[in-house]
Design a protein around this ligand. Structure first.
Ligand code: NAD
Length: 551
């Protein structure tokens, strides 16, 4: 395998024929920056085997094509491979991507792996294959909001004096330690891979690493008593350690999990195997590996259920571990509620979700200036301002400086205009790229996660993310993607991504206004259509026309 180190170009000089192509080039490269990606040498960005390009040849061909791409052309990317370039027009997306999509009756990991081995497919996860991953920060605010809401519902508004236990400190899961300490709580985060914990310590997301369960428990209890925020990365396997915690009578206040359980072959280490043994068996006998991984997930979920019975607040954190355990015979696996219906859905009803932007200049000052702009424009929103101040103080940038902040319908278009004006006036040293996670209000169908327990039972209806991708394309997003299997694995989700570039031009202003209205607007519409009063109210307030609701 070629050892290559990829880092996005910085500064205001173009390597391509326009800022949109440049943005796609820099964000693709940024996804693979060693500061950003989990395993850049394998093109793996995060979330199990979520990749940015199918292989290095495809990566090179994408880069070359972006360098040549005209302002009236569109590149098509099929599961990480540049398949074609067509003449379109200036307001059309410069790139359209489809990743990991399989016909429903074939939509399972076995078919995917077979095609992957033949070099015909790539797993795009969510923002890996759609080039808008910004490191763990991308999930920090959502994780922070989730724990804040959990604190509000169960612990009087703060996690002070509580202990959370979770597992998986990978690309996304690595946001958990910081999110819990930002809410003043104590966290023990298990990971089988010491290097993942070290990475979180390096980025200041996690405070310390231990290898002894006893030490971790006593340190956590001490911090809880002193009401001191603390995050501990503990090296160990969740399927072994959680039952051991119960045997020792240690029941945390909150129990959750973010191992990559959505992918039993690549994302979850079975109990009883070392990392090396796991890597060997994964290749030599993948079927046996998957069997062991699924059995361990069942033990893992059983331990979470037992902790729940003994008083822990338990919630599923979007990795489909309940489904695997259920299929393995843990019939009450879904007694653990999903985090979206439990804590997030009201935000989706207002089109609110993980909005983000990155400074193509590479200059952190550009992000700090946008922070100031957001504090000024949304001064009335105390929770948002508190988040921006916390993020400034605690977030170490990975790769191109970026910011995440949950904004709703109306707010996103307003902020897009502000950013574009700042680029136009030269306040920022280069254009800004604006995007979001696929885990958003109107861009995903995922019955075990974002669309779990919808009010009208429409959990599995996947027309919505497809309409989302189509309307954002029509509105002139810079690149648009449609994926399958992100978050929860093959067969369980369909979702769309969008990115739009603020380059300071009048054309960009119009595109931003359209896209940043259609995109969160779809979130409001999806939830209004499902009968949520808050979404119906929001649609009316924001002037979104819904013929069957407006009458
Ligand atoms: P990742 O693959 O980067 O990290 C997973 C981590 O789990 C790895 O560090 C791995 O060493 C560890 N692990 C595997 N088996 C383990 C075991 N038995 N015990 C302890 N640790 C173990 O994945 P990620 O990007 O952090 O995502 C984690 C999961 O969360 C995925 O399923 C992803 O789809 C899901 N996810 C959830 C959200 C959300 O908002 N809830 C967002 C994105 C992703």
């Amino acid at each position: 395998m070629k050892e290559r180190v990829i880092r996005a170009p910085r500064g205001a000089k173009l390597n391509t024929k326009g800022w949109i192509q440049e943005a796609a080039l820099r964000m693709l490269m940024n996804n693979l920056d060693p500061e950003v990606a989990e395993y850049p040498e394998k093109l793996v960005v995060y979330g199990g085997i979520g990749k940015a390009a199918r292989n290095w040849e495809c990566f090179d061909a994408i880069v070359e094509t972006l360098k040549e791409l005209e302002d009236n052309e569109t590149m098509l990317v099929q599961s990480g491979k540049p398949a074609a370039v067509f003449r379109t027009h200036r307001d059309a997306p410069r790139v359209l991507l489809a990743n990991s999509n399989l016909v429903p009756a074939w939509a399972n990991w076995d078919t995917f792996h077979e095609l992957d081995k033949k070099g015909l497919m790539m797993y795009g996860q969510m923002t890996a294959g759609s080039w808008i991953y910004i490191g763990s920060q991308g999930i920090v605010q959502g994780t922070y909001e989730t724990f804040a809401e959990c604190a509000k519902q169960h612990f009087g508004g703060s996690l002070k004096g509580t202990i959370t236990v979770t597992a998986g400190l990978g690309g996304m899961g690595g946001a958990q330690p910081l999110s819990v300490t930002m809410n003043d709580g104590v966290l023990i985060g298990l990971d089988v891979d010491k290097t993942r914990i070290e990475k979180r310590i390096h980025s200041r997301y996690c405070d310390c690493m231990l290898e002894s369960l006893d030490e971790a428990i006593s340190l956590a209890i001490e911090a809880k008593k002193e009401e001191r925020a603390l995050s501990i990365g503990l090296v160990g396997n969740a399927a072994e350690i959680l039952p051991e915690m119960i045997r020792r009578g240690f029941i945390p206040d909150i129990i959750t999990d973010q191992t990559s359980a959505h992918d039993p072959l690549n994302g979850y280490l079975p109990a009883g195997l070392s990392l090396e043994e796991g890597s060997k068996q994964r290749v030599e006998d993948s079927e046996a590996y998957v069997r062991l991984a699924k059995a361990s997930m069942a033990a893992h979920v059983n331990a979470m259920l037992e902790m729940k019975r003994l008083g822990s607040v338990a919630f599923d954190y979007g990795n489909n571990i309940r489904q695997v355990a259920f299929d393995e015979g843990v019939k009450d696996a879904f007694a653990i509620p999903g985090f979206v219906p439990a804590y997030i859905r009201p935000q989706f009803c207002e089109g609110r979700g993980p909005f983000r932007w990155a400074a193509l200049s590479g200059d952190p000052e550009d992000i700090y200036k946008t922070d100031e702009a957001i504090l000024k424009a949304f001064a009335h929103n105390e929770r948002l301002c508190q988040w921006i101040r916390l993020a400034q103080a605690k977030i170490t940038f990975q790769g191109l400086p970026a910011r995440i902040c949950w904004l709703g319908c109306g707010e996103r278009a307003q902020f897009g205009r502000i950013i574009n004006d700042m680029v136009a006036s030269g306040q920022l040293s280069a254009p800004i790229v604006i995007g979001r996670d696929h885990l958003d209000a109107g861009s995903v169908a995922s019955p075990n996660r974002e669309t779990e327990a919808m009010r009208d039972g429409s959990d599995a209806v996947a027309d919505w993310p497809i309409l989302n991708a189509l309307v954002n394309t029509a509105a002139g997003a810079s690149w648009v993607s449609l994926h399958h299997g992100g978050g929860v694995g093959m067969g369980y989700s369909i979702h769309a991504g969008m990115v739009v570039v603020a380059d300071g031009t009048k054309e960009a202003e119009e595109r931003l206004n359209r896209v940043l209205t259609t995109d969160p607007g779809m979130g409001v519409v999806r939830h209004a259509d499902a009968g949520y009063d808050l979404a119906i109210e929001t649609a009316k307030k924001k002037g979104i026309r819904m013929p069957m609701i407006d009458g």
